[in-house]
Design a protein around this ligand. Structure first.
Ligand SMILES: NC(=O)c1ccc[n+]([C@@H]2O[C@H](COP(=O)([O-])OP(=O)(O)OC[C@H]3O[C@@H](n4cnc5c(N)ncnc54)[C@H](OP(=O)(O)O)[C@@H]3O)[C@@H](O)[C@H]2O)c1
Length: 325
């Protein structure tokens, strides 16, 4: 059996990063996590770091912006996953990769003003993604600029000739499903629900550990090389109206629906402070424009994860919602 790539994760203590670390270690990849000393000493994140050690993850103390610790860490791995990187950080990474001739880099997520990046080196680069396909969005500001930043990273990777896989995964289930994307609540709606637009645009919802499992599957897979790996399992693609109908069926109750016309949403975005305007603009792209699923995946540029990896028994939206009934 071919040896599994060594995976270095930078940003493994972040929201999605911890799932990637776990998936990598559990899939049998020798897994390394670059973490800051302050994170190790932090009472909460320190416990997460301990759990990494229990999974057999090798901890490397350092920082993305500390050249020496970064190069030392990267040299130990075939794959590097980096979270929370701004453009400066990405450029640093790309230059370092070229200098030390790392064959594969994967960046998962870009982080500046809310973005993050994972980089996984294993003869390919997975630039910072984990959301919509940033080359196929119809977002308004301030989401537009954030997506453009990720697109710039794609262009930098391509210009540098670094082999890549981009991983748009749709919505993190944990961020959207427990509240059905309703603002200011902590539980799913039982009486009324606000619907952005007409509620017919399709969106994708994936559980975080499934996102991590699919991503790690792609690390050593030639079929996802220089491709966009869409995590778009057929059972997890829902319009908001379909999602509400599913929820209503589960709780045996019809909710009052309040439809927010697009013009009203755009006005709210303009009038809201940070970060509300960012969240609204991202939700507008997802739920009004349908940017997660409003195009076909073509062989020339993309592959779909659940088709490539049918052995990943992903959690469906229907199963996920069952937890909140
Ligand atoms: N699809 C969705 O629904 C959705 C939702 C949210 C985000 N996203 C995307 O997912 C990606 C990841 O976001 P996230 O929310 O998981 O990120 P996050 O929780 O903010 O995690 C950031 C990580 O980067 C680390 N980090 C920050 N600066 C660093 C530095 N200088 N050196 C080394 N490590 C550093 C942090 O370490 P510490 O732990 O030490 O701070 C943390 O582990 C982003 O691209 C984001 O746009 C998608």
């Amino acid at each position: 059996m071919a040896e599994k790539s060594k995976v270095l994760i930078i940003g493994g203590t972040g929201y999605i990063g911890k799932f990637i670390v776990e998936a990598s270690a559990k899939a049998g990849h020798p897994t390394f996590a670059l973490v800051g000393q302050s994170t190790v000493s932090d009472p909460v994140k320190g416990q997460l770091v301990e759990s990494f050690k229990n999974l057999g993850v090798t901890l490397l103390i350092g920082d993305l912006y500390d050249h020496e610790s970064l190069v030392k860490a990267i040299k130990q791995a075939d794959v590097v996953i980096l979270i929370s990187v701004n453009v400066k950080g990405l450029i640093i990474i790309i230059i370092i990769i070229i200098i030390i001739i790392i064959v594969v880099v994967v960046v998962v997520g870009v982080g500046f003003g809310g973005c993050s990046a994972f980089i996984s080196f294993s003869q390919r680069f997975f630039p910072s993604e984990f959301g919509n396909d940033v080359d196929r969005v119809h977002a308004v500001e301030p989401a537009k600029s954030a997506f453009e930043l990720k697109a710039q990273i794609r262009r930098a990777v391509e210009a540098a000739g670094i082999p890549y896989t981009y991983v748009p995964c749709g919505c993190f289930a944990g961020y959207f499903l427990p509240t059905l994307a309703q603002p200011g609540v902590t539980a799913p709606p039982k009486d009324k629900v606000t619907v952005m637009g007409d509620g017919n645009a399709k969106a994708i919802f994936n559980k975080e550990d499934d996102i991590a499992a699919f991503t790690i599957k792609a690390v050593d897979d030639p079929r996802s090389l220089n491709k966009i790996l869409y995590i778009r399992p057929p059972k997890n693609v829902y319009s908001f109206n379909e999602l509400v109908a599913l929820w209503e069926k589960k709780i045996g109750k019809t909710l009052e629906k309040i439809y927010l016309p697009e013009e009203q949403i755009l006005k709210q975005i303009q009038e809201s402070p940070i970060p509300i305007n960012v969240i609204l603009a991202v939700n507008h792209s997802i739920f009004v424009k349908g940017d997660g699923a409003n195009f076909e995946i073509e062989e020339s540029f993309g592959v779909e994860a659940s088709e490539l990896y049918p052995d990943v028994k992903y959690t469906t939206v229907e199963e996920y919602l069952e937890n909140f009934v």
